[in-house]
Design a protein around this ligand. Sequence first.
Ligand code: G4P
Length: 540
Amino acid sequence: MSEPIASRIETEVRRRRTFAIISHPDAGKTTLTEKLLLFSGAIQIAGSVKARKATRHATSDWMEIEKQRGISVASSVMQMEYRDCVINLLDTPGHQDFSEDTYRVLTAVDAALMVIDAANGVEPQTRRLLQVCRARNTPILTFVNKMDREVKDPLALMDEIERELGMTVVPFTWPVGMGKQFHGVMDLRQQRMRVFAGGEDRAAGTEEVLEGLNNPAYAERFGMQYEQAEGEIELVREAAPEFVHGDFLTGKQTPMFFGSAVNNFGVQEVLDALVELAPPPDVRQAMQRTVKPEEPKFTGVVFKIQANMDPSHRDRIAFLRVASGRFERGMNLKVVRSGKTLRPNSVVTFMSQKRELLDEAFAGDIIGIPNHGVLQLGDTITEGEALQYTGLPFFAPEMFRSVEVADPLRTKQLREGLRQLGEEGAIQVFRPEAGSVLLLGAVGQLQFEVVAHRLEHEYGCKARVAPARYNVARWVTCDDAEGQPGSGEKELRRFIDHNAHRVAWDAVNAPTVLLEYAGELRAMQENWPRIKFHALREHA
Ligand code: G4P
């Protein structure tokens, strides 16, 4: 290594781009991911990512999905090189495997690519994920997909995205026509037109490029679709503000691109924009201090725990985002929470095709550390410094079940199983203030089934999981009134006593109120003005 290590770390950090790809199911996330991988040369064969998705979802039997857990580990983080950059792409599981993990992935990225189906506009899952991005001011790029179909009018789509997501949209490209009359996109910045060519296996960069936005040949060749696009572009030019990079970085503006992922069209513009506009890893906040990504000492934070393929071993892979320094296989690390040391030799990085052994990693990279419960969600790992990163959120569950053990002699196993599954973030467990039946909370239906299955097969405890009447949860806190220390705690106690039948305690003994309807929450907020209701709880 000729370059001094400090400047090497700086160079490596600067070329990292870590982003999540988010969408509603079926918008084209898998297809786009595959095209991005093809462009960067990370995979050679079109269809390989899609084929894997098919094996995951072809069956409605989630146990099959469980068997495929190894596959989902490997495909949930992908690393590729494009131009001078190293891109880490994190998947956000959708469909029935939507879970809190899906949300938490967004805490490990520096940008997000939002894929929208041009026929459907902004859909519920996109909205949910975007709320999390917005709360963290994550920069977002927007790709409007499926322009080769009959879709919504692009101006209406732009309006819808602005309205629904509360961001200013700045089109970087603009479509000429749609569906059978889709002729291509105008690149508003480079001032040229890329002519649409269909075909799934079409090689990148082979389509025709015409210079200029007002080339006289356009009207003749592309007819009324061109004339319409010309009028729209004029409108957009007048109405949309200039792109301001700083506003993109703070999540106020989103550059918008149009294309057709399945036809490999408009994808390269997005990849180029990611490299050019998305930020490299930034400083991260720890309780003790602010940490710069180019600092020499390694630090990282666990944002996801996934049980390993072989249920009989109970190992888990902790997904860690490198926050600073250089990670090297075999180095001595400290788990700050417990003070335990860790010397990971079999660390995995996640490539598109296979899990590979990793030798080194830098800020922005994701590494996987197999362990037997030494690592928990939110853990900070360092070379020795006592440092705790903040900001790993737990999300208020949206679905609830009661859980009881079928055989009372297995109660201990149930508690132990739930504790461990809770640590993984697979489920949230609540202990009601009044009553003894434990409650499970999740944001996706599949989590309950997975938990019941794993309790039985990994902990030998058959559980009765039954519907519970709650649909809304909020963590509750209360600040002290000015000049009255202890008054907050007193008010919170009064609230809990008054609402004992609706209060439960989570895994870290934080009080939570559980409700049936959102309307009840509004009423409660009015009746208890000093109590704060939180949809997020940050890892302490
Ligand atoms: P997801 O990961 O967001 O769930 O979506 P995925 O990529 O699997 O795409 C969902 C469907 O949309 C797929 O069709 C895919 O081929 C199609 N699709 C993706 N991009 C485009 C596009 O630009 N234009 C058109 N017309 N279709 C697109 P499918 O029938 O569900 O699967 P398949 O049989 O094509 O694999």
